[in-house]
Design a protein around this ligand. Structure first.
Ligand code: F7E
Length: 363
């Protein structure tokens, strides 16, 4: 019989790539979409292939909401999937600070609602719960220069806290002998792609570089360009999500994993890598840093003399996490995860080229 998977967050970056992977692996995929007044859920899918999969009967959308247990029960009873992937979440770290109740409701209570619906309707199912490297927000860097499954969770803001609460709930349901919930958690570091939302710094930069190249924009305004992250390629990361659940199913062992590349870069390096794709021989010079080389409100990047990056304090985060870098050893050993499948440079090149094509198509 064909395997069936239920994916929440299917209109987001990860949901799109995971659905594509699962269909390629032979699954029938049910995707959860929220109801909006603009009733055309297909129009919110980020990968065109997903519409083909719908036409071919390999993928279907169902209206529902993580905050409506009735809708979740109904969908699980209708399709009886073997695997659930909970990717739906409020994910923007800075915006989350402005609406803590919504973030907590979706990211924490929503995850619990889905798990409880699973336990009621199809308790033999396996569930994947998406977590985040923001769980390590306040990690002591001298003690934890890289973060792995043993690094204490010390979330710094509303988003990290909501995911921490979801994690505690998953652990509790997993350990409780009454439930023995089959749930595994993926603690994913930043992962990006050509279909990343434009409010995240990678896509904000690659799109702006394409606009600047086309003469449609002068300059990019950024916040803390000294922030350091471990950035990987989203299509590679969804492979790890499926591998986690498959391993749990085969071994009966419910393990959580951190997923990242093990390489770290600053936002400055990201900016330069993106400009280098569009302007291969350009001279890039940073000006206006303080005496220690950190950015200030006067910091600018000149590309061949023209100011192309400015700092706008509007993008500074009061609870900024300055540095995150993954130690993916466990995933490499147990999931056969390849953290270097797509290099950072290759990912940024694809994103910039994609945005250049989009800009020229809309010109
Ligand atoms: O920021 C800095 C910003 O918004 C990355 C989500 O998927 O990954 C993502 O969260 C860094 C931060 O991603 C701008 O301060 C500088 O240090 O792209 P981002 P994020 O906040 O790390 C984690 C793992 C998740 O789980 C989240 O759901 O870049 N930064 N200047 C900026 N960031 C933005 N957005 N815009 C700027 O202008």
């Amino acid at each position: 019989m064909q395997k069936r998977a239920f994916v929440t967050g299917v209109t987001g970056q990860d949901g799109a790539y995971l659905t594509r992977l699962l269909v390629k692996l032979g699954y029938f995929v049910v995707g959860l979409v929220r109801c909006t007044s603009d009733y055309y859920p297909e129009g919110r899918l980020r990968l065109l292939e997903l519409r083909d999969y719908m036409a071919q009967g390999q993928f279907v959308l169902e209206l529902g909401n993580l905050l409506s247990p009735t809708s979740l029960h109904h969908i699980l009873e209708k399709y009886k999937p073997q695997m659930l992937f909970n990717l739906a979440a409020f994910t923007h770290v800075q915006f989350a600070e402005q609406m803590p109740e919504e973030v907590q409701a979706t990211n924490h209570y929503g995850a619990v609602n889905l798990l409880q619906a699973m336990l009621n309707v199809c308790p033999a199912c396996y569930m994947y719960q998406a977590l985040t490297s923001e769980l390590f927000g306040k990690a002591d860097l001298s003690q934890y220069p890289v973060q792995n499954e043993d690094t204490p969770f010390t979330p710094a803001g509303v988003y990290g806290k909501s995911k921490y609460d979801a994690y505690c709930a998953m652990r509790m349901f997993r350990a409780d002998p009454h439930f023995r919930a089959k749930v595994v958690c993926g603690i994913l570091f930043n992962h990006e792609s050509e279909i990343r939302g434009v409010q995240f710094v990678t896509r904000k930069i690659t799109r702006a570089v394409a606009m600047i190249l086309a003469g449609l924009q002068e300059c990019i305004e950024l916040g803390n360009v000294d922030a350091v992250r471990d950035w990987g390629y989203a299509p590679d990361y969804v492979w790890a999500m499926h591998a986690m659940v498959e391993r749990a199913r085969k071994t009966g062992e419910l393990r959580d994993y951190v997923i990242g590349t093990g390489e770290h870069r600053s936002v400055r390096e990201l900016v330069q890598t993106a400009f280098r794709v569009a302007y291969p021989t350009a001279k890039m010079v940073w000006e206006g840093d303080d005496a220690t080389g950190r950015c200030t409100e006067n910091t600018v990047l000149r590309v061949d003399g023209a100011v192309r990056v400015r700092i706008n304090p509007r993008f500074f985060r009061p609870k900024e996490v300055p540095y995150l870098c993954c130690d993916p050893t466990r995933a490499i050993q147990e999931l056969d995860w390849n953290p270097r499948q797509t290099s950072f440079e290759e990912m940024i090149r694809r994103m910039v080229e994609h945005d250049i094509a989009l800009v020229s198509a809309s010109a």
